[in-house]
Design a protein. Structure first.
Length: 258
């Protein structure tokens, strides 16, 4: 009932897998000032993680570009989505990247990893297609006591930290998900990750955003606070960073190809 009450009017009644939803989310992210500020911070972290080019051919790929605007800040990146979207460079499957070995300097994504039905297949592709020194960087949902309560009650996607597998049954391209997947792979099962992908090294794992994304309403709900409140909310969040293991809703993850 609460989700229905707070649902954003532009996407109410549409499924996440409807291409119209993605086009409307392009508008939502740009028009909701609070949410846009969050994306600007996330994109700043992704861009800062990109290594300097060792060779001219090193390409930068964004996965799940969807409604975002990274290309406005990083014109040289190749944007992609799981299905054709207006303004996005290409449609592709993250489990079978159409790039030669070592061709990519960076793979960047926001809220994408937990939608990939076979995380191990994607990580193999990342290990293969990244050049030595290349980076896989992402902002993703994270599992904490607070985030579990929020994601399970206010978010439509499954959030199953007790799932044994890094995969889930194929569903819609965007509705299929496990929001706890990044935590499972890079925290709970870290020894498995390190053993199966010796060419990939986890360099950064930073927890953040316990309140601001919820306050923004994200791409699915109405904003709960005005855009001008963003600096204040972020100040409170930074002060609460010591409680990240209990409160954080997102994690910045950066992985380097050895």
């Amino acid at each position: 009932m609460l989700k229905n009450l707070l649902a954003h009017p532009l996407t109410r009644g549409l499924t996440p897998d409807d291409p119209r939803t993605t086009r409307l989310r392009q508008r939502i992210i740009r028009e909701k000032k609070f949410l846009r500020r969050i994306y600007e911070e996330w994109y700043g972290d992704l861009i800062a993680a990109i290594p300097a080019p060792a060779v001219r051919s090193g390409r930068i790929l964004e996965l799940g570009s969807g409604g975002g605007f990274l290309k406005e800040l990083l014109p040289e990146c190749i944007t992609s989505e799981v299905f054709p979207v207006s303004g996005v460079d290409m449609a592709l499957d993250a489990r079978a990247l159409p790039f030669a070995d070592g061709m990519l300097r960076a793979i960047l994504m926001v809220d994408v990893f937990h939608h990939i039905p076979d995380a191990a297949a994607f990580l193999r592709e990342a290990e293969r297609s990244l050049a030595p020194g290349g980076v896989l960087a992402m902002w993703e949902p994270w599992n904490t006591p607070w985030s579990r309560a929020v994601y399970r009650n206010l978010h439509a996607e499954p959030f199953e930290p007790d799932a044994e597998d890094w995969s889930f049954p194929p569903g819609g391209p965007l509705s299929g998900a496990n929001g706890a997947l990044p935590w499972m792979v890079f925290k709970r099962d870290f020894a498995r990750f390190a053993g199966h992908f010796p060419g990939l090294a986890l360099e950064t794992l930073r927890l953040d955003y316990p309140f601001s994304y919820l306050a923004s309403g994200g791409v699915s709900l109405r904003a709960l606070v005005p855009g001008g409140a963003f600096p204040f909310v972020r100040m409170v969040e930074r002060g609460a960073s010591v409680f990240g293991e209990r409160l954080a809703m997102f994690a910045f993850i950066a992985i380097r190809r050895k």
